[in-house]
Design a protein around this ligand. Structure first.
Ligand code: 1PR
Length: 597
């Protein structure tokens, strides 16, 4: 299986390569079944796997020191962010190679990645499921993250039912999107602390970062485990704790200072060096504020952050040079400190320069992810490519390289337009587009589609076959309507598809989020295109990021009050230091819009 980004679980990955999982019976799901019963049942299942797959045995294990944490990275995904956070907190990492490594660990972190069935399959095949159960039953220090929490339950409905480790009663199910809640659940949400959870002390009023489509529900049979819940349409389990065993559904390694403080409490239990996080007021899913860095190589060959006006990034001088607004790693680090909820890098010449040839971009991701503990998205050039030597790269390989280098989400622009056009023309999902392949392997929460539409004014909405909107402000010749034509190659080529049609098609093809730009508004500082953002955010059930045109704090409150956007992204005002990120947050907060402070 390909590496998956940190965003685990639980996502509707339909990869068919999983081995059959053991059957889930009504009895095994019965709420009255005892832990012992489940463990016996589990051991029978393990024996079945042990017979089928020989696990490596008797390999020597180094003793772990005080500042070493053992990491269970079963090879199904990229856990770079977790590694970076552990190292940042002063710990070395010892990777689990064998089941014995688990049993001998002093402190074990299990950042589950990928889909539930695939993860259980790997754990069973390598004999690690049994070792994990033994380790946890002995109350050894354990921290499961995201899928690492879900796997502790009896079973999951993700591509299932599929049996889990069976340590906690309950079934992991999918969020219901029919009640207006967008799935995946992506973003910063609040915790309701239920019991003394130790690692979550003082965290209750803060936001932490979630990204998942599946969740476990609190009930009478698992209430002694539940240390916190979170509300997203329903109250679901956000964390569990019993003795030294902890697991969290959210991502501490992506939850900024608050997340680092949770990890620190796990790594340094009972330490006196804790710094209390500042007072928080979190009560629900926050609207996100995202800083975007358009990156390209300038004429001197340096990778710089640039910024266009309606996508034109060159200065209007005799030299006509590429606008240079700073260094990508430095700016990303600054925005993280300023309180950005996410950082997005767009490799804007990726459509013509092959990104894997563009190694500085990968370096930018690697360096940034060492110190930036909020989600990183990277886009540009994600498509199949044959290099000058005739070597063919699939879009999946390009995406994998981005993920391995520290991206949590990838963003597809031009290639998603071609895929949507093809899908709308044939009505067939081939499964072969970059969008479908990457979302199947990594989960749809890891795939953003970036749309670059341009307004086309109309006198009459019936003049085109695409969805048109009545404009709040009429066009240059008094036109009352417009449709939004999608473009490719950085706005250079208009395509026969509207933003509305594209958004609905890519949602069906597996996009987990939409980054909605607007060429007309880009760099203008006059506000977001509310008509466009309302049109798209009302049309899909996945989160929409409003982009292009922010010029003042009011523009952010306007977009959140008038549309269903989940996040707002800006570039120019942050790069030019016209409006500090913190003042955007403060303004939104004053307007009664929940944000992460
Ligand atoms: O087609 O898969 O290679 O992806 C290319 C990516 O690069 C796309 O996401 C596309 O949006 C982006 N891109 C290509 N050319 C440009 C350009 O500016 N010449 N940048 C470009 C798009 C738009 C926003 C911008 C907001 C906010 N930039 O991301 O940051 O409009 O700006 P503002 O706050 O200053 O108004 P592919």
């Amino acid at each position: 299986m390909e590496a998956a980004p940190f965003a685990c679980s639980s996502c509707p990955s339909s990869s068919a390569s999983f081995l059959p999982s053991f059957p889930v019976t009504a009895r095994s799901l019965s709420s009255s079944s005892s832990l012992l019963f489940r463990r016996n049942n589990f051991r029978r299942n393990c024996n079945y796997y042990a017979a089928k797959f020989k696990s490596p045995r008797n390999l020597s294990v180094r003793a772990s020191g005080d500042s070493v944490v053992t990491l269970l990275d079963y090879g199904a995904g990229n856990v770079r962010s977790v590694r970076n956070a552990i190292r940042y907190l002063g710990f070395d990492i010892k990777d689990v190679q064998t089941p014995e490594d688990i049993l001998k660990a002093d402190r074990l972190i299990f950042p589950g990645v990928g889909a539930f069935a695939a993860a259980m399959d790997v754990l069973n095949k390598r004999g690690m499921a049994e070792a994990l159960c033994t380790y946890i039953e002995k109350d050894r220090p354990f921290l499961g993250i995201c899928l690492g929490l879900q796997l502790l339950f009896e079973s999951s409905e993700e591509n299932g039912p599929v049996n889990g480790l069976g340590l906690i009663p309950g079934v992991v199910g999918r969020f219901d999107s029919s009640n207006g809640y967008r799935v995946p659940h992506i973003g910063w949400n609040a915790l309701q602390i239920k019991t003394d959870s130790e690692i979550l002390d003082d965290i209750g009023n803060h936001h932490v970062y979630f990204v998942h489509s599946y969740r476990a529900m609190p009930s009478d049979v698992n209430k002694e485990w539940v240390s916190s819940t979170c509300n997203y349409g329903v109250d679901f389990i956000a964390s569990v704790r019993r003795g030294n065993v902890h697991a969290v559904q959210f991502h501490p390694e992506k939850s900024g200072d608050v997340g680092l403080s949770i990890l620190r409490r796990f790594l340094y239990p009972k330490s006196t060096i804790m710094t209390k996080p500042t007072e928080g007021k979190a009560s629900k899913l926050a609207k996100r504020v995202i800083a975007c860095l358009d990156v390209r190589t300038n004429d001197e060959g340096d990778l710089v952050v640039t910024k266009g006006d309606q996508y034109d990034v060159r200065e209007h001088t005799k030299e006509n040079e590429v606008r240079n607004l700073g260094k990508p790693v430095e700016l990303a680090g600054q925005y993280y400190k300023d309180g950005a909820d996410e950082v997005t890098f767009l490799n804007i010449t990726g459509f013509r320069d092959f990104p894997l040839g563009d190694l500085p971009m990968l370096q930018v991701l690697r360096y940034t992810s060492e110190n930036v503990f909020v989600p990183l998205t990277v886009g540009g050039g994600i498509r199949d490519f044959t290099d000058a030597n005739g070597r063919h790269y699939t879009s999946l390989e390009v995406a994998s390289e981005y993920f391995r280098s520290g991206a949590d989400k990838i963003s597809i622009g031009s290639d998603a337009v071609y895929a949507a056009e093809e899908y709308l023309r044939t009505g067939v999902k081939t499964g072969k587009s970059s969008l479908e392949q990457i979302s199947r392997v990594y989960g749809n929460q890891a795939v953003v589609v970036s749309i670059d539409p341009r307004r086309v004014y109309l006198k009459n909405p019936n003049d085109v076959e695409f969805k048109a909107v009545r404009l709040t402000k009429s066009g240059p010749n008094g036109e009352e309507y417009a449709w939004y034509q999608c473009t490719v190659n950085g706005g250079r080529e208009g395509r026969p598809i509207g933003a509305y049609e594209l958004a609905k098609a890519v949602e069906e093809l597996g996009a987990g989020e939409i980054l909605l730009n607007c060429i007309d508004c880009d760099g203008q500082g006059k506000g977001f295109d509310i008509d466009l953002i309302k049109l798209i955010s009302d049309a899909v059930n996945i989160p929409v990021i409003a982009s292009s045109g922010a010029g003042a704090t009011d523009h952010f409150s306007e977009v959140f009050m008038k549309t269903s956007a989940s996040a707002a992204l800006a570039a120019g005002i942050f790069h030019r230091k016209e409006v500090p990120l913190q003042s955007v947050k403060e303004h939104l907060s004053k307007e009664g819009i929940e944000v992460r402070i």
